[in-house]
Design a protein around this ligand. Structure first.
Ligand code: HMG
Ligand code: MG
Length: 298
């Protein structure tokens, strides 16, 4: 049976967008609940400028407190050498650099051009690899940009190939503002897979227009086997106004179960974590499958 790997990004992509600072204990408990549910990777924070994203300022403390499960990866975002130093000091085993396929988004998100970002990431990736730390690469705005609109899939392929070349083991393709549709998502993945093997790609789709599950199905059919998602559909991007959260982990798990695809993740446990964090944040649970599962087991 085909195995699909889920990368849970709720504690980072989800929480980074919350206005009120989420207590450290809540962040730690969220990461632990998700890892205990069998998720193989739980993105636990970001070593970014606290002036840019205050919510992630305590990522080192989160990592220090989390009870780490053997076999679970706890990646963190790292955009600069300064971030790498802090991440290594926190004992991370995996980092992610994050670029974009749109110049305007790159400027707004990390304050440099795409070319400058690649120059900045190269030593970060090399430093991490030299320390025995795995490196993942993100490309944002693969299906549209909040400032520029349409994005050329050729540009997505070019940035993805550059990240692969600097040592990223996987390239996560971000529909940052959730505007993609299945036909467009499939065409984009096909174009990128001409330069980067589908087995090295991941799908990172936000669900603003409700198409994320359909987009994932279309791209799984192109041979991609890794999907990023956030429990309860948490999140958004502080530099992509109006974009909603990632596709909900519960919704992806229910899709995959229906396709007979293996993940090793306990949907019920993720749904419980989703109900719990939604209550804690005082926001509605953004996962339809999660709500249905909780109603069924109530
Ligand atoms: P900058 O202001 O251009 O650069 O920020 P700087 O080098 O002048 O640094 C400014 C200050 O930040 C300095 O402090 C640095 O020391 C400090 P000061 O001297 O003024 O006191 N600094 C740092 N502090 C902590 N950790 C660091 C770090 N680096 C510098 N790593 C920078 C450039 C990249 C740092 C900034 O723009 C930044 O942090 N951006 C992050 C934005 C972000 O986190 N966005 C959300 C994540 S991306 C996303 O959500 C998309 C994704 O989910 C995929 C998708 O959906 O598409 C991944
Ligand atoms: Mg994202």
């Amino acid at each position: 049976m085909t195995q699909i790997r889920i990368v849970e990004v709720g504690p980072r992509d989800g929480l980074q967008n919350e206005k009120a600072i989420v207590p450290l204990e809540t962040k730690v408990e969220l990461v632990e609940r998700l890892a205990d549910a069998g998720l193989p990777a739980v993105e636990a924070g970001a070593f970014v400028s606290p002036k840019w994203v205050p919510q992630m300022a305590d990522s080192a403390e989160v990592l220090a407190r989390v009870r780490r499960r053997p076999g679970t990866a706890y990646p963190v975002l790292v955009p600069t050498g300064k971030g790498l130093e802090a991440a290594l000091a926190a004992g991370v085993g995996e980092i992610a650099v994050f670029g974009a396929a749109s110049e305007s988004f790159s400027q707004r998100n990390i304050n440099c051009t795409i070319a400058e970002s690649m120059e900045r990431f190269r030593p970060v990736a090399a430093g991490a690899l030299a320390a025995g730390v795995r490196v993942r690469g993100y490309v944002s705005c693969v299906l549209g940009c909040p400032y520029e609109g349409e994005v050329d899939p050729g540009r997505v392929a070019e940035v993805s190939a550059a990240l692969l070349e600097m040592g990223c083991y996987e390239i996560s393709l971000g529909d940052t503002i959730g505007v993609g549709t299945p036909a467009k998502a499939r065409a984009m993945v096909r174009r990128v897979a001409a330069d980067v093997p589908a087995a090295r790609l991941a799908l990172h789709f936000h669900d603003t227009w409700g198409q994320a599950v359909a987009n994932i199905l279309a791209c799984l059919e192109e041979g991609v086997t890794t999907v990023d998602s956030a429990v309860a559909g948490l999140g958004g991007c502080p530099y992509a106004k109006g974009a909603s959260g990632n596709v909900a982990t519960e919704d992806v798990l229910y899709l995959l179960q229906g396709l007979g695809l293996e993940t090793g993740v306990d949907l019920e446990a993720v749904a419980r974590a989703g109900g719990w964090i939604s209550d804690r944040l005082g926001r509605p649970n953004g996962s339809k499958a999660g709500r249905a599962m909780l109603a069924k087991s109530a």
